[in-house]
Design a protein around this ligand. Structure first.
Ligand SMILES: Nc1ncnc2c1ncn2[C@@H]1O[C@H](COP(=O)(O)OP(=O)(O)OP(=O)(O)O)[C@@H](O)[C@H]1O
Length: 261
């Protein structure tokens, strides 16, 4: 488990049109073992935020620390899960996981077979060790991708719309599995989505982003027991609140932009 402190993060990019401010002075904390969703419109800097937390992108201004250590002094122990599974199609399920385990040393690691068997069991993939990627479904590939992150035992999971490309029923199944796993190990999760129902189903807290230059428009805590039930009155009430926060953020942004012009 890890805690994250983001202080006055601003991220600008140099573009052909001049400097582009994507993130504009964001401050936030994520607690040990917390499940936080970043919810915002396309292009609002959700992925950029994850990359800054991972230490893959430099902050233009401000600081990010994980467990009290600046991410540029030491990269956090994170697992990064993308929308596309990004697996190696010429390797089997088992070999993809083996590759992840050996990534640092290039050599076999202790208890390799057991670690692979354990994570495959956790992801309901036992029996598929020798399958290649074209022989398993998209949802199963997503599970392998999550397994690849879990196998290195990260303290922190950074998830960038991991279920965004899946059909709704498969996505629901994988969300439910993610929640069960999270309830067992309570890893800190920062999960990017633009799906309000998904965010309400998963999160302890939702941070609603404005369009860029991005600020945090609202922070919504969800104090509902898990597993949550789609379509329940309690969840629906939270979804309505989050939708209202998103709409307010957009209309405020539109009004401010009109004033600036
Ligand atoms: N290396 C870069 N150079 C210039 N601009 C960049 C760079 N990386 C990201 N951006 C810009 O930053 C903005 C935010 O990108 P980001 O991918 O974080 O958005 P997002 O909120 O994750 O969007 P989506 O939901 O569509 O994935 C975009 O306008 C993008 O063009």
């Amino acid at each position: 488990m890890s805690n994250i402190e983001i202080r006055n993060l601003t991220k600008k990019f140099d573009t052909n049109e001049g400097p582009l401010t994507v993130i504009d002075d964001i401050t936030l904390n994520v607690d040990d073992g917390e499940f936080v969703c970043l919810l915002g419109p396309s292009g609002s800097g959700k992925s950029v935020t994850l990359n800054c937390i991972a230490g893959l992108l430099d902050a233009t201004e401000g600081e990010i620390a994980v467990d009290g250590v600046c991410v540029h002094q030491k990269q956090p122990n994170y697992g990064y899960i993308f929308q596309q599974p990004r697996l190696m199609p010429w390797r089997t399920v088992e070999e993809n996981l083996q590759f992840a385990l050996r990534a640092e040393t290039g050599r076999p690691v202790p208890n390799e077979k057991k670690r692979i068997a354990d994570v495959l069991e956790l992801m309901n993939l036992t029996g598929y060790e020798k399958f290649y990627m074209h022989q398993i479904s998209g949802g199963m590939q997503n599970r392998v991708s999550i397994a690849r992150s879990y196998i290195r035992n990260p303290d922190l999971l950074l998830m960038d719309e991991p279920f965004g490309a899946l059909d709704e029923m498969t996505a629901r199944k994988l969300r439910s599995e993610l929640v069960s796993t999270w309830m067992r190990d309570r890893r800190t999760v920062v999960f990017v989505t633009h799906d309000i129902i998904e965010a309400c189903y998963l999160a302890d807290r939702i941070l609603v982003y404005t369009p860029k230059p991005t600020r945090i428009a609202s922070v919504i805590s969800i104090d509902l027991p898990r597993p949550r039930i789609y379509g329940s009155e309690a969840l629906h009430e939270v979804e309505t609140r989050v939708l209202a926060a998103c709409e307010q953020s957009l209309s405020q942004f539109t009004a401010e932009s009109a004033q600036a012009n």
